[in-house]
Design a protein around this ligand. Structure first.
Ligand SMILES: CCNc1ncnc2c1ncn2[C@@H]1O[C@H](/C=C/CNC(=O)c2cc(-c3ccc(F)cc3)cc(O)c2O)[C@@H](O)[C@H]1O
Ligand SMILES: [Mg+2]
Length: 214
């Protein structure tokens, strides 16, 4: 019934997933996105790359730009060590409201702080609001033309440290050409492309992993 896609996604989670089981929550969303209605979640294929980078980095403090319904929020939070935190930023209140419910249903709400508002306003407030020195990991999955300005903002706010890992979704489809140029040409980043497919489709897409060199 739900009138918006996020609401229909939440219904699919409540109907098909097990409360407190993060894996069943994102699997239910993947089933929905693949068989019912395409949805812009990082998805199961690129999700495996996200999982492996996360396991390697094992961040104590992580940032996600663009929560949407919370698919990658749940996927990231389930892999965080006890005491580690994920801050996720979403400026659409309706999407944030659904994401909060999906995050709670998965039982990962204690690891996640969902902040409502535009990344451009919130990034400069991260230090004072959350007592953060710098992020260990950043997942970029919001408007693609905001990847570069927000990366520069994170640099300028001193929120990146030597070794911080940035992982950007959709660098091929829809594409983030300016971002690829920026991180691949900058001496301050060591960048690598992980080839995959667009969520729930055969079209090529991939994730760009960029390590900040300080
Ligand atoms: C203004 C910038 N700051 C922002 N601050 C906070 N939240 C933001 C911001 N931008 C966007 N958001 C939120 O992030 C989400 C936006 C994500 C944009 N993603 C895409 O466009 C996207 C699009 C596709 C796609 C691929 C192929 C297609 F044919 C059609 C779509 C696939 C993806 O994986 C995508 O991530 C929304 O929830 C939006 O409200
Ligand atoms: Mg995406």
């Amino acid at each position: 019934t739900g009138s918006t896609q996020p609401q229909r996604m939440l219904e699919a989670v409540q109907k098909n997933a097990t409360k407190g089981d993060p894996e069943s929550v994102f699997s239910a969303i993947d089933y929905y996105g693949r068989h019912k209605e395409w949805a812009m979640n990082v998805g199961d294929e690129k999700g495996l790359i996200l999982d492996s980078v996360l396991t390697e980095v094992n961040p104590s403090i992580a940032l996600e730009l663009g929560t949407y319904c919370g698919y990658s929020t749940v996927r990231i939070a389930r892999l965080l060590s006890p005491g580690s935190k994920l801050i996720t930023v979403e400026f659409n209140p309706a999407f944030a409201a659904v994401a909060r419910q999906i995050i709670a249903y998965a039982g990962v709400q204690d690891k996640v702080t969902l902040v409502e508002g535009p990344s451009g306003d919130l990034i400069p407030k991260m230090k004072e609001r959350f007592g953060i020195k710098s992020f260990d990991f950043v997942f970029l999955d919001h408007w693609k033309d905001r990847y570069v300005p927000d990366t520069k903002l994170l640099e300028d706010c001193g929120l990146l440290r030597k070794g911080t890992v940035l992982l950007a979704d959709n660098v091929i489809c829809p594409g983030a050409p300016e971002y690829l140029k920026y991180v691949r040409n900058s001496p301050r980043y060591e960048s690598r492309y992980f080839k995959s497919n667009l969520e729930y489709s055969k079209v090529e897409d991939g994730l760009e992993k960029s390590v900040f060199l300080g």
